[in-house]
Design a protein around this ligand. Structure first.
Ligand code: 13P
Length: 252
């Protein structure tokens, strides 16, 4: 049984006061949903504030990115050790905004995945096609290339420590959510890739989240799909009630 995992990617939003208020509201309720893994991803400068609010509660947290080198002259970057120092358990890698706005390649993501696992951080590795790619019938091809490139060189054991997030780029921040069938089709393809590249045990263990315009009102039908093991939520994770509504939809 894969434990459902609901993650809130706060992106470059909120200020310190709003972060504290939101994290406290979520931390207070997290224990009521013990069967659901819940984590939030604040802007890095506010991770410490979330750490304080989440202390002693099951609310997990992590970073939206980091740099794969251990330390040194990398102005503006943050290392895995620094994230561990702040108590992070997770890091989001290869988000489409980092791929398409900030120019991250599969090779960059792959270095980060290896560094995250070596440090003991759980990477949430994002994959997803552009609208033009979907319309050209290239969805599976794009997903396969991102999977093979971003996850290259991992042992089967390392792979079981990775979470995959399928985030179709056309569904992110657009209000245009993938249908449960569209999501399930790609999740099934990812599960098949895990079997082909690794084995059945890995395929059964790895959690695959869906991301892209997930809200409390559409979460249940997405999460009901056999291969949808959770959600990576953007906009709807900025409001406690809305995010908790998604968590409740994952709660059995
Ligand atoms: P939205 O939920 O705002 O569409 O964002 C999804 C996302 O990119 C989460 O990482």
């Amino acid at each position: 049984m894969r434990r459902p995992f609901i993650a809130g990617n706060w992106k470059m939003n909120l200020d310190r006061a709003a972060v504290v208020e939101l994290a406290k509201a979520l931390a207070e309720k997290a224990a009521s949903f013990a069967d659901v893994e819940i984590a939030v991803f604040p802007p890095s400068v506010y991770i410490d504030a979330v750490r304080e609010a989440a202390a002693g509660t099951p609310l997990g947290y992590g970073a939206q990115n980091f740099y794969h080198e251990a330390n040194g002259a990398f102005t503006g970057e943050i290392s895995a050790a620094m994230l561990l120092d702040l108590g992070c358990d997770y890091v989001i890698l290869g988000h489409s905004e980092r791929r398409h706005i900030l120019g991250e390649t599969d090779a960059d993501v792959n270095k980060k995945v290896h560094a995250a696992l070596a440090a003991g951080l759980v990477p949430i590795v994002c994959v997803g096609e552009l609208l033009s790619e979907r319309e050209a019938g290239q969805t599976n091809e794009v997903i396969r290339a991102q999977f093979d490139g971003s996850l290259a060189g991992l042992s089967a054991e390392q792979m079981t420590g990775v979470v995959i997030a399928y985030e179709p780029v056309w569904a992110i921040g657009t209000g245009r959510v993938a249908t449960p069938e569209q999501a399930e089709e790609v999740h099934r393809e990812l599960r098949k890739l895990l079997t082909d590249r690794y084995n059945g045990h890995v395929a059964e263990s790895v959690r695959i989240q869906y991301g892209g315009s997930v809200k409390a009102s559409n979460a249940a039908e997405l999460l009901a799909k056999e291969n949808v093991d959770g959600a990576l939520v953007g906009g709807a994770s900025l409001k406690a009630d809305e995010f908790l509504g998604i968590v409740a939809a994952a709660h059995r």
